[in-house]
Design a protein around this ligand. Structure first.
Ligand code: B16
Ligand code: MG
Length: 219
């Protein structure tokens, strides 16, 4: 008899590579304010909320703004970002994600989303994987951003699994820290030197074989 565990997936950078669209949308705001905003700067925004991302960009350019201006830029950025998502489909799923989701489902495991994004649901719908998720926790459901573990704690609660039976796939340092603080097992997806605080590291999902998944399931 298989044991049921909870597998919690971050979205941006784990399931889909939306960082490139976030970058293009933020770049438009930065350019309009004459703030230099490079791909390296974009790394600072991974896993970070929309509101905090704008503050980071304004800090980079040493730009002061009223709340009204900020609200306007946040709306403008999201409209631009959403325009890149219009044509999104399953081809934008990162390599190896679908086989892992299928394997977990075939083995009666529970799956949740734990993302800072407020655009998570439409992305899951467009990429055709919404039905895989037993629970979705996103930027609309949390008050504390990663590295606070709130997003993952809510996800585990909705899946009805204890933290000791929850495994978190994450591409951001703040997300790995959130999983660790929540006493969950963290699995870094991406650069192992950056995500060195993770319990396990994989370059991408094609490197995760069924023996590893079986070991987590049987634990
Ligand atoms: P939105 P994740 C995060 O998603 C992104 O990594 C981060 O770059 C973005 O600012 C944040 O979502 C908010 O996204 O503007 O769509 O609400 O990695 O936690 O899935
Ligand atoms: Mg991410």
């Amino acid at each position: 008899m298989k044991k049921t565990k909870g597998f919690i997936f971050d979205l941006d950078g784990v399931i889909v590579d939306t960082a490139k669209y976030h970058y293009l949308a933020w770049k438009q705001i930065a350019d309009s304010l004459s703030i230099e905003f490079t791909h390296e700067h974009n790394e600072l925004l991974k896993g970070v909320s929309r509101v905090r991302s704008l503050d980071i960009i304004l800090e980079l350019g040493n730009v002061q703004a009223t709340q009204e201006q900020k609200d306007q830029w946040l709306v403008q950025k999201n409209e631009e970002y959403l325009s890149y998502l219009v044509n999104m489909d399953e081809s934008e799923l990162l390599p190896g994600v679908l086989p892992v989701l299928n394997y977990l489902k075939e083995n009666q495991q529970l799956i949740a989303l734990g993302s800072a994004s407020k655009n998570a649901r439409p992305i899951l719908e467009k990429t055709g994987i919404l039905s895989y998720f037993d629970a979705i926790v996103d930027g609309n459901d949390v008050s504390n951003a990663k590295p606070d573990p709130e997003v993952f704690l809510i996800a585990a609660k909705l899946l009805n699994v204890p933290a000791s039976a929850a495994f978190v796939f994450e591409d951001s340092v703040a997300g790995i820290q959130a999983a660790n603080i929540g006493n969950m097992t963290s699995i870094g997806i991406g650069d192992a030197t950056i995500l060195h605080e993770a319990h396990y590291n994989f370059k991408d999902f094609t490197c995760i074989g069924t023996p590893f998944l079986n070991e987590l399931i049987q634990r």
